[in-house]
Design a protein around this ligand. Structure first.
Ligand SMILES: [Zn+2]
Length: 429
């Protein structure tokens, strides 16, 4: 039934997309015959409301089996389509930041599997912490305990807004979007500098070192074996219209499961690190690393990607905002590694291989990453006492010489009622 609902979501999405596409093509063709304004075929209303209205008129004909699934399945597909089309037009007209978005594409059977419920009877079941309720599908046993969210709901500090079921690498998940009242975190006023790296995932200015578990490296051997196995089996070939063999599909599923396990372990480690940082310290200082640039280095790319730097920063940004603490992102050109944390002298050169920092001026000998972390912490400590002007982006040039005054980008606290977000993801059996 879960699969059926996800399929229904996909069907509605593709149905709406085909309609919008046909309409756009028709109007483009008419324009090429110099037709204008009212002479053209009227445009399709592609808001979620308009699409849903049209779907309800057409469903008896295009999907006589529609009543087998909850109406929410079709609505969520059409709502996703409306969002995709809105993002596409916004991106085309320059109203949307980031990379240019293309026109929405049809969803394949094997690429997407999720379905969102926003109305009807869904939520946690109150007789134990091991079941969730989904409209039409009924009560489903979960693998993980739902206790944390259940306690919030029972206390009245959280309200469940929607539930999304999804299939990821062979496992079913249910995610709840909740409106939650956040307890004010401890108001620690300590400052911590965090130097991120490959050898050590993070070195804190307090001297704490968080090792990089290198999960992808550990999985490489197994991964190679599984990929070699898949390569011996008959995969799909579009040129000759060959569909993949069952054995190939099974091998691919094993690879996907391994990748998912690595990703889960990485995400778990990042969450633990960022939660620890935000709970223990009032201000977290990190560097604005050029991740895109490092990914272009083919010797570093896999190691950099294996850390999840962007995800780490994203988590710090929202967690500090929730806790009402601060996140400082130091300027990209701040010489955190080259500067001495004892006397402030900046070295002209520092090779990457030099793991220990020797200062010629004051004779300080300290671990390279710890030196950088201390510099980052000092950046905020000095700027808060001297009230240094905070700039968002320093222009390029020769900024390596600039003194420690380039603190940039501050995220500060928000009110306790945060926007709906995914609170708990329970894994269904
Ligand atoms: Zn020194």
């Amino acid at each position: 039934m879960l699969r059926s609902h996800c399929g229904a979501q996909r069907f509605a999405f593709n149905w709406g997309l085909a309609r919008v596409k046909a309409n756009l093509d028709q109007r483009a063709a008419e324009r090429s015959y110099d037709l204008e304004g009212p002479e053209l075929t009227p445009p399709v209303n592609w808001s979620a409301y308009g699409l849903r209205k049209d779907w309800n008129l057409a469903k008896e004909e295009v999907a006589p089996w529609w009543s087998e699934n909850s109406k929410e399945a079709y609505s969520s597909g059409l709502a996703n389509l409306a969002t995709a089309l809105r993002n596409w037009t916004a991106s085309r007209d320059g109203r949307r930041k980031g990379r240019q978005l293309g026109f929405p594409r049809f969803k394949g059977k094997h690429t997407s599997s999720s379905c969102r419920f926003t109305t009807g009877a869904f939520g946690l079941v109150d007789y134990d912490r091991r079941h969730v309720k989904v409209p039409r599908i009924g009560t489903v046993r979960t693998h993980e305990s739902t206790r944390k969210l259940a306690r919030h709901v029972e206390r009245g500090s959280a309200r469940i807004r929607s539930a999304t079921v999804s299939l990821r690498a062979g496992r079913w998940f249910v995610s709840f979007s909740v409106e939650i009242q956040r307890a004010q975190a401890t108001s620690a006023d300590s400052v911590v500098g965090v130097d991120l790296g490959i050898n050590m995932l993070a070195v804190l200015s307090t001297g704490e070192m968080v090792p990089n578990p290198r999960r992808l490296e550990a999985a490489q051997r197994t991964l190679r074996r599984l990929q070699r196995r898949a390569s011996r089996r008959t995969g799909p070939d579009r040129r000759i219209g060959r569909s993949p063999s069952v054995r190939w599909s099974k091998a691919q599923a094993r690879i996907a499961r391994l990748h998912a396990r690595v990703a889960n372990a990485r995400r778990d480690g990042l969450h633990k690190l960022t939660t620890h940082l935000v709970r223990a310290h009032g201000t977290v200082v990190i560097e604005d690393l050029n991740v895109a640039g490092m990914l272009r280095n083919r010797r570093l790319a896999r190691h950099v990607a294996g850390i999840g730097l962007a995800e780490l920063r994203r988590q710090l940004e929202y967690k500090t905002a929730w806790a009402g603490t601060r996140l400082h992102v130091a300027d990209r050109w701040f010489p955190s590694s080259k500067m001495c944390s004892g006397c402030g002298v900046v070295k002209a050169k520092l090779r990457l291989a030099e793991r220990t920092y020797h200062c010629q001026a004051c004779g300080l000998i300290v671990d390279r990453d710890l030196n950088a972390a201390r510099n980052l912490a000092a950046l905020v400590e000095s700027s808060s006492s001297v009230s240094c002007t905070v700039t968002l982006n320093e222009p390029a040039g020769n900024p390596c010489e600039s003194p420690p005054c380039g603190a940039a980008g501050t995220a500060t606290g928000r009110p306790t009622w945060s926007t709906p977000r995914r609170e708990a993801t329970a894994h269904a059996q």
